[in-house]
Design a protein around this ligand. Structure first.
Ligand code: BTN
Length: 232
């Protein structure tokens, strides 16, 4: 399947726009006025600098394993960024793309009327960020010193999403879980904080949730929340 692309100059959010479209459609905007991030946060979406795309998919796996779709999309973006920019981003469970410890992209997956809406935001040509994001965010341009063609980034991302979604459909969740565990420094053996909990990550469960061994030796399955590194 290659995706049918709907291009918009400006929209509140491609997540909302994508709801009206059928599976196989990718809605891409030059700018978003109310870009949505995970956990009710906003996504900084200035015109012409980032990739803002939402892809409509048939659910590629059982719905209780939907978190694996987020992991698959992260892997797809990691591969696309490697191809386009020659740098390897880290994947912070469940949805963050990191370069030098700062966020260069994020994934937002929603289920709407039986369809999966897979949102991808990548900071591509940004040279700077608003004050409140300065310590948290980076871009491919800041990291590499090069400017990128957004259409080439889109093409690389869509090709890689297609590849990873096919893998998920054909072989189930296991290969994606294995690849994520290999590609993310956060999947196992990382000291992190999640809300009030602090511990060491201990791999993924079959649905894509994260195991945490807390400092008081409890094994807790993290289903949501922001994972943050704790430096020793
Ligand atoms: C996150 O890391 O919090 C997820 C960010 C997802 C941002 C993308 S940009 C394209 C799509 N449209 C949105 O409004 N959000 C997603």
């Amino acid at each position: 399947m290659s995706f049918r692309i709907v291009r918009l100059k400006e929209t509140p959010s491609t997540m909302i726009e994508a709801r009206q479209h059928e599976p196989g459609t990718a809605v891409v905007a030059e700018a978003q006025t109310a870009g949505m991030g995970r956990g009710g946060r906003s996504w900084y979406s200035p015109p012409g600098l980032g990739l803002y795309v939402s892809i409509v998919l048939e659910p590629p796996c059982e719905l209780e394993k939907l978190p694996v779709v987020t992991l698959a999309l992260g892997l797809a973006c990691q591969q696309a960024i490697q191809k386009i920019a020659g740098v390897t981003c880290d994947l912070r469970w469940p949805n963050d793309l990191l370069l030098n410890g700062k966020k260069c992209g994020g994934i937002l997956v929603e289920l709407h009327a039986g369809k999966v809406i897979a949102g991808i935001g990548i900071n591509v040509n940004h040279l700077e960020f608003p004050e409140e994001l300065r310590d948290l965010a980076t871009s491919l341009r800041i990291i590499t010193g090069r400017e990128f063609n957004l259409d080439e980034v889109l093409e690389a991302v869509l090709d890689s999403v297609e590849e990873h979604v096919q893998l998920l459909k054909q072989q189930g969740t296991e290969p994606i879980l294995r690849l994520f565990a290999l590609s993310s420094s956060y999947a196992r053996g990382r000291r992190v904080r999640v809300g009030q909990l602090e511990g060491i990550t201990e791999g993924l469960d079959p649905c894509g949730f994260l195991w945490l061994r807390t400092l008081d030796d409890r094994r807790i399955l993290i289903r949501s929340g922001d994972v943050r590194p704790v430096e020793p």
